[in-house]
Design a protein around this ligand. Structure first.
Ligand SMILES: *Cc1c(COP(=O)(O)O)cnc(C)c1O
Length: 382
C-alpha cells in the first residue's frame, strides 16, 4: 500500500521524550518547549512564539486576542479547513466567506475589499499547500480599514512571500498573528501540535494569559508577580513537554526534511508536466511572490467524475490519493444559519483537486509507480 500520509521519525524524538520524562517535569513550558520557541524565533525572526496543542487552538487564541464578539465579521476563504472559520465562530463572529482565485486555491486578494463592512474585524488568509497568499495586498487592505490579519499558516512552515520592493519574509511573520500546525499530516510533526506566532508585541502579555487558563501564571513563574490568579479569559492551550520533546527532535532536522520534501514535489511536477502540456490535467501554480515548501502535491482533474475514476484506478494498485476540502459556504453548519452563496472557484477546487501521496519517507520507486499509473490512466483517454 502507498498511503497518502505517513508519520516519520528522523532524529532524537524518542530520546528527547525519555529525557523529558526522566527530568521529572512533563507538563508544559519546560526545557523542550523553550528550545522550540527559541528555534522558531531565531530561524524565522518571529517576534514571539507560543507552542499550542494544535493549530486550531492557536486560531482560538487569535480570536480571543482580537476581541472577537457577537456580530463582528471575519473574512475567511471558503476553501479551507473548518478550524480557520470555526475558531472565530466560537467567539460569535459572523463568517464571511471569500472565493479562491480561478487558478490557485488561495483567497483571491482582489475580491476581499468588496466584502469589508464596518463590522469587519479580521481577515484570515490561509496559505494553501504552503503557497503564500498575496500578503502585500492583504496587509494594505488591513491598514486601510484598520483590520487584523491572522495568517492560517498551518501548512506553511518554511515558506516565504516576496514583497514588490524585493523584501522576502517567512510566512507567519507578516500578519498581526499567525498559526501553525504540527499535526502528523504536516511537514514538521508532533502527532498533534501547533504554534501561535505574535508579530504585534501588544499581544504578548495577554497571549500568555489566555494560554494559561486565563491566569498570569507565566509571569508568576518568572517571578514578576508574587501570586497568580484569574485575570482574563483563557483555556488550556499549552502542550506537554512530551510533545515539545518530539517536536524538537524534528526541528533539529528541519533543513533535511524541507530539502527532501521539495525534491519529492519537484519530481512529481517534472514528470507529470507532459500531462499538463497535453492539456489533460493542471498542475499547481506558484505565483512569483510565493515560494514552495513542499507541503503537498495536487493535480487538477478535468471533471468531478474523472477525479472519482482516477481515485479508483489508483486504489486498484493500492495507491491512496485523496481529494481535499468541501467549500465551507456549502457546509451543513453554515447553511443552518446563513443563506446559500455561490463561490465558483472554491467549488471548482472542491470537485477537481486530487492530492497525491506525499510523506518524508516516500521512495523514488513509489513515486514512479504513482506517476506511471496516472499516465496510464490518461493514455487511455487520449
Ligand atoms: C491542518 C490545518 C489546520 C488544523 O491544524 P490542527 O493542528 O490539526 O488543529 C488548520 N488550518 C489549516 C489550513 C490546516 O491545514
Amino acid at each position: 500500500m502507498i498511503p497518502f500520509n505517513k508519520p516519520f521519525i528522523i532524529g532524537k524524538e524518542n530520546q528527547y521524550i525519555t529525557e523529558a520524562v526522566n527530568s521529572g517535569k512533563i507538563s508544559g513550558d519546560g526545557t523542550f518547549t523553550k528550545k522550540c520557541h527559541h528555534f522558531f524565533e531565531e530561524r524565522y525572526n518571529f517576534q514571539k512564539v507560543l507552542l499550542t496543542t494544535s493549530c486550531t487552538d492557536a486560531l482560538e487564541m487569535a480570536a480571543i486576542l482580537c476581541d472577537i464578539s457577537e456580530g463582528d465579521e471575519v473574512i475567511v476563504p471558503s476553501y479551507t479547513f473548518v478550524s480557520s472559520a470555526n475558531a472565530f465562530a466560537l467567539r460569535g463572529a459572523k463568517i464571511i466567506f471569500a472565493d479562491s482565485y480561478e487558478d490557485n486555491p488561495n483567497i483571491n486578494a482582489d475580491a476581499i475589499e468588496e466584502l469589508i463592512t464596518p463590522q469587519t474585524k479580521v481577515i484570515v488568509p490561509v496559505h494553501y499547500a504552503g503557497v503564500a497568499c498575496d500578503m502585500e495586498k492583504i496587509m494594505q487592505l488591513a491598514d486601510k480599514y484598520g483590520l487584523y490579519v491572522v495568517e492560517d499558516a498551518a501548512q506553511a512552515i518554511d515558506s516565504y512571500y516576496t514583497f514588490s520592493n524585493g523584501d522576502r519574509k517567512p510566512l507567519g511573520s507578516i500578519g498581526h498573528l499567525s498559526t501553525f500546525s504540527f499535526h502528523e499530516t504536516k511537514n514538521i510533526i508532533s502527532g498533534e501540535g501547533g504554534m501561535l506566532v505574535i508579530n504585534d508585541p501588544k499581544f504578548n502579555t495577554r497571549a500568555e494569559i489566555i494560554r494559561e487558563k486565563g491566569t498570569n501564571r507565566s509571569a508568576f513563574f518568572r517571578g514578576e508577580v508574587n501570586k497568580y490568579g484569574w485575570v482574563d479569559l483563557g483555556s488550556s492551550y499549552l502542550p506537554s513537554e512530551i510533545i515539545s520533546a518530539f517536536l524538537y527532535g524534528q526541528l533539529e532536522h528541519l533543513e533535511e526534511i524541507q530539502k527532501k520534501r521539495v525534491s519529492i514535489w519537484n519530481n512529481y511536477y517534472k514528470r507529470l508536466k507532459t500531462l499538463e502540456d497535453n492539456n489533460q490535467i493542471k498542475l499547481p501554480l506558484i505565483p512569483d511572490y510565493a515560494s514552495n515548501n513542499g507541503h503537498m502535491f495536487y493535480i487538477l482533474c478535468k471533471s468531478y467524475d474523472e477525479r472519482c475514476e482516477l481515485i479508483e484506478f489508483l486504489k486498484e494498485k493500492n495507491i491512496h490519493a485523496v481529494f481535499h476540502y468541501l467549500s465551507l459556504n456549502k457546509s451543513d453548519y453554515f447553511l443552518k444559519n446563513n443563506l446559500k452563496i455561490d463561490l465558483k472557484n472554491s467549488d471548482f477546487f472542491t470537485d477537481h483537486l486530487l492530492r497525491l501521496p506525499f510523506y518524508y519517507e516516500i521512495s523514488e520507486e513509489e513515486q514512479t509507480k504513482i506517476i506511471n499509473r496516472i499516465k496510464l490512466f490518461y493514455d487511455d483517454r487520449k
